[in-house]
Each structure stands twice: as structure tokens, then as C-alpha cells.
Design a protein around this ligand. Structure first.
Ligand SMILES: [Zn+2]
Length: 240
């Protein structure tokens, strides 16, 4: 009898302990889920910003290549800028893909029959996604994310500019009302910035390539069109 009671006691206490174990397992599971949720909430923004830094680095690399190729053009063409629109002999040679007069050979690529580029090329910023173009190229995507500061290349010469490290050459484009990007307004006023420069594409700032070939990220500190570029020259052909 004693033996049976002892067995019953052992068995019931084992069941009790098993029940307790099951309850603990559930709690443990909930705790683990809660910890994972907290860690995910903490880590995801950091991961996203790291990913964006990677995209921005790839964009800076694109802009450096474009700047270097523009310098090659200048060296090969009697010290003239890579044309935004008009070539050294007054012919129409476009910086952006428009037709056979495109300055593509200097930029290291050619267009296909539709004038389109595939994502991943040197004119494709991973963050600054080009919209479907309904302007010059009809209803098709161009993946042409950068613009050339047309005012500089149309109205100055390399010899006339003193501070090459302060003049913008290539910038991050924004589709204008015609959903066309690839240049800045040649009228050269602040409207050019409002219309064509994507000021907040990379972490509330934008990458800019300068005439001396260096590229830097500048923050969009205010809505003031002048302050965003600090002491850099954008709209005027005159140096102070
Ligand atoms: Zn970019």
C-alpha cells in the first residue's frame, strides 16, 4: 500500500512538474518573441540607414565616374566642357540620351534603339529612382537619374572659372513637371534648383559632383534654395 501511495505521489508530482514545465515553456516562448520584436524594432532603422549609406556610396561612385569622363571630354576638345546641349563646333550634342548626337562615347556607354538604360548603369542612382518619362522620350523609363549643370557648361569655359572645387557639374536630378530629368534649367536662376535638383534623396541630403572631379554629400538644412548649397555656385556664372 505504501508502495502504491509512493508511486501515486511520484506520478502526480511528475505530472505537476510537467504541467509547470509546459507553462514555463509558453512563457519562455512569449519572452523570446517579445525580445525578438524589441530587437527588430531597435535594429531595423539602423539596418535601413546602413543600406541607404551603401546606396549613397554607389551613387557617389557613379558621379565620380561621370565627373572623370567629363574631364576627359574637356581634355580632348580644346579645353571645353562636356556639352549639356551644344557641341564644340556649334552642333547639337546632348549630355543626356536623346539621339545619335549624344555625348555617350565619352561617358562610356551608348543607348539602345529606344534610348533606354538598364538599372545598374553609371547613370542609375539606387535611391533616386527615375520616373516614367513622358517628356522627350515618350512613355518609357529612362533610368537617367543625373543632371548636368547646363548654365555652367553653356556660359563659362574651364579657363574662365577660378574655383573649380566650388562649381557643381553633375547633380541628382528630379523629374520636372514634364517628368524629364538630365539637365538644369539654362536660365540659371534658383528655379533651376527647385525644379531639377533632388535635394533630399540621400538621408535628407544630396550628392553633388564638382568641376574639379570631387563628389560630396550636402545636407538639405533648410528650405532656402541658397543655403542648401552653402557657398557652392549653382545659378550664377559670376564668381564673387
Ligand atoms: Zn543618388
Amino acid at each position: 500500500m505504501k508502495k502504491i501511495n509512493a508511486f501515486k505521489h511520484f506520478y502526480s508530482s511528475k505530472r505537476a512538474s510537467m504541467n509547470i514545465r509546459r507553462v514555463f515553456t509558453l512563457i519562455e516562448l512569449l519572452v523570446v518573441i517579445a525580445i525578438i520584436a524589441i530587437l527588430a524594432a531597435i535594429l531595423l532603422p539602423a539596418l535601413n540607414s546602413a543600406r541607404e549609406r551603401g546606396r549613397s556610396a554607389s551613387c557617389i561612385n557613379n558621379m565620380k565616374q561621370l565627373g572623370l569622363k567629363a574631364q576627359m571630354y574637356t581634355d580632348d576638345n580644346d579645353n571645353r566642357w562636356l556639352p549639356w546641349r551644344q557641341g564644340p563646333r556649334g552642333d547639337y550634342t546632348y549630355w543626356f540620351p536623346k539621339n545619335q548626337y549624344f555625348a555617350g562615347p565619352y561617358l562610356g556607354f551608348t543607348t539602345n534603339e529606344n534610348g533606354c538604360y538598364k538599372p545598374g548603369s553609371v547613370v542609375d542612382c539606387p535611391t533616386n529612382i527615375a520616373e516614367v518619362d513622358t517628356g522627350y522620350f515618350g512613355n518609357r523609363p529612362t533610368w537617367w537619374d543625373y543632371g548636368l549643370a547646363s548654365y555652367v557648361t553653356l556660359y563659362t569655359t574651364p579657363a574662365a572659372v577660378k574655383q573649380h572645387s566650388k562649381w557643381m557639374l553633375v547633380f541628382e536630378g528630379k523629374a520636372d513637371t514634364e517628368k524629364f530629368r538630365g539637365y538644369a534649367d539654362a536660365s540659371g536662376d534658383t528655379m533651376g534648383i527647385q525644379k531639377y535638383l533632388n535635394r533630399t534623396v540621400h538621408s535628407q541630403g544630396t550628392n553633388l559632383s564638382f568641376l574639379d572631379g570631387h563628389v560630396e554629400w550636402l545636407p538639405c538644412k533648410t528650405q532656402d534654395e541658397y543655403l542648401i548649397i552653402e557657398s557652392r555656385y549653382w545659378y550664377t556664372a559670376r564668381e564673387p
